[in-house]
Write a protein that binds this ligand. Structure first.
Ligand code: NIG
Ligand code: FE
Length: 417
């Protein structure tokens, strides 16, 4: 039984939303309540149900009333995979790729991630904060209320800490809830070109303990791929990260089957991300350890990939599927969640319901936040968007349009225009 069917009446109500329909995303489905109302007490959803069934007692509490004019309320989007703190531009590489040079080639020639690392190392904390703020503002206007940001364009202690500090400042200065992930093992910096194990030692012995001591990241991610780090190197990072109490995430099976998903599952990872080349045995491991699959159609699209992630297998094995922009300067400079929803449907054959679950409750699962965020249920945080749409599927269908009426984050309304 869903929580909204057995409401506990709150003593106080701050806000009452009326004249709306709600896609709650409870119970792994859209779970629609038409002609609905919901109440907010503090930062918590305190009642939800049919508008005509609002208990008389609640009407006497004198809340602020928000008329949604027949609009739809959905949980705010949970954007669970971005790399949005970077400096510099890679538009030149976009041109190279249009001329047929592939991502791995550009990376091998010192471009790709390395070009962003150079620019990010040279940028001050203030410059990075200004650049990243613009991107966070765009995401806020896209209906994103929960956001994950990875480091990984520093590849030395000083710059990795600088990026994580910028993420902390973004969290402080913006209403969104922001989770920081340490991605020190994103690429091998040129200083360690002949000594990858030396770099992994730096990550495990120096960077991870420092990041932990400063409390500026909750998860650790690694790029396990022939152009980045091997399986044994990834394992070393995870062993230390687990010891220190970090959550685990992995860029896995994006460009080849490197067996990363199976490894990460053994560490009870929150998520494995990309997964185009995932094998059936890797998927079974993910299912066994309740790992969320984060699908990134923007990177698939920008890299002109042809191998799709095994969505049917995820369905069969009941592996939760999240979707995300992967916002980064190289493989996915995509700033729009609604465009990503459309791509998830068009490129990965997901249903609109799957894409919407992927950008809400399953995104929250990928961040370990599903107990308090990602769906509209009594007792959960009020992170919601009122949309001026006819049906939730419009968010997948009207590619790139963002018809937001208003956004509420932890109980407070935020202007998005
Ligand atoms: O998620 N795969 C590795 N990392 C990013 C790409 C970063 C970049 O190209 O700058 C990704 O696709
Ligand atoms: Fe990524």
């Amino acid at each position: 039984m869903t929580q909204h069917m057995k409401p506990l009446l709150p003593d106080r109500i701050d806000t009452l939303f009326i004249n709306c329909h709600v896609a709650t995303m409870a119970d792994n489905a859209l779970s629609i309540i038409e002609k609905a109302a919901l109440t907010v007490t503090g930062k918590t959803i305190s009642w939800i149900g049919k508008e005509k069934e609002i208990p008389d007692l609640l009407k006497t509490k004198d809340p602020k009333i928000i008329d949604c004019h027949n609009g739809w309320i959905l949980p705010g989007f949970v954007e669970c995979h971005t790399h949005l703190v970077w400096a510099g531009s890679r538009s030149n590489e976009f041109g190279m790729r249009l001329n047929g040079i592939i991502y791995e080639e550009i990376s091998k020639k010192g471009g790709g991630i390395f070009s962003t690392v150079k620019a990010t190392r040279n940028a001050s904390k203030d410059e990075l904060f200004t650049l990243a703020s613009k991107r966070v503002n765009v995401l806020l206007k896209q209906g994103i209320t929960i956001l994950e940001i990875k480091s990984g364009y520093g590849l030395n202690l000083k710059t990795e800490l600088k990026i994580l500090e910028v993420i902390r400042l973004l969290d402080k200065n913006f209403p969104l809830h922001i989770e920081a992930t340490f991605l020190g093992a994103h690429a091998l910096p040129s200083e360690f070109a002949n000594n990858p194990d030396g770099y992994i030692d730096l990550v495990t012995h120096t960077m991870l303990p420092k990041v932990k001591a400063q409390g500026i990241a909750t998860a650790v991610d690694t790029f396990c791929e022939p152009i980045a780090f091997t399986l044994p190197q990834t394992k070393k990072v995870f062993e230390k990260a687990k010891d220190l109490g970090f959550n685990i995430k992995l860029h896995a099976e994006q460009l080849s089957n490197s067996y990363g998903a199976a490894l990460a599952s053994g560490f009870n990872a929150l998520s494995c991300d990309h997964l185009e080349y995932l094998s059936l045995s890797g998927a079974k491991k993910m299912a066994q350890h309740n790992v969320t699959a984060v699908l990134l159609p923007g990177a698939f699209y920008f890299l002109k990939e042809t191998k799709k992630p095994p969505v049917d297998t995820f369905r069969d094995l009941k592996i939760p599927m999240a979707v995300s922009t992967d916002l980064n300067p190289g493989s996915s400079p995509v700033h729009s969640m609604t465009l990503i929803l459309n791509m998830a449907c068009m490129l990965f054959d997901m249903t609109c319901e799957e894409a919407l679950l992927g950008s809400t409750i399953n995104g929250a699962k990928a961040l370990g936040l599903e107990q308090s965020k990602g769906s509209i249920e009594v007792g959960k945080d009020v992170d919601l968007v009122v949309w001026d749409i006819d049906t939730p599927a419009d968010l997948c269908y009207l590619a790139g349009l963002t018809p937001i009426d208003r956004v509420m984050i932890t109980g407070r309304i935020h202007q998005t225009t």
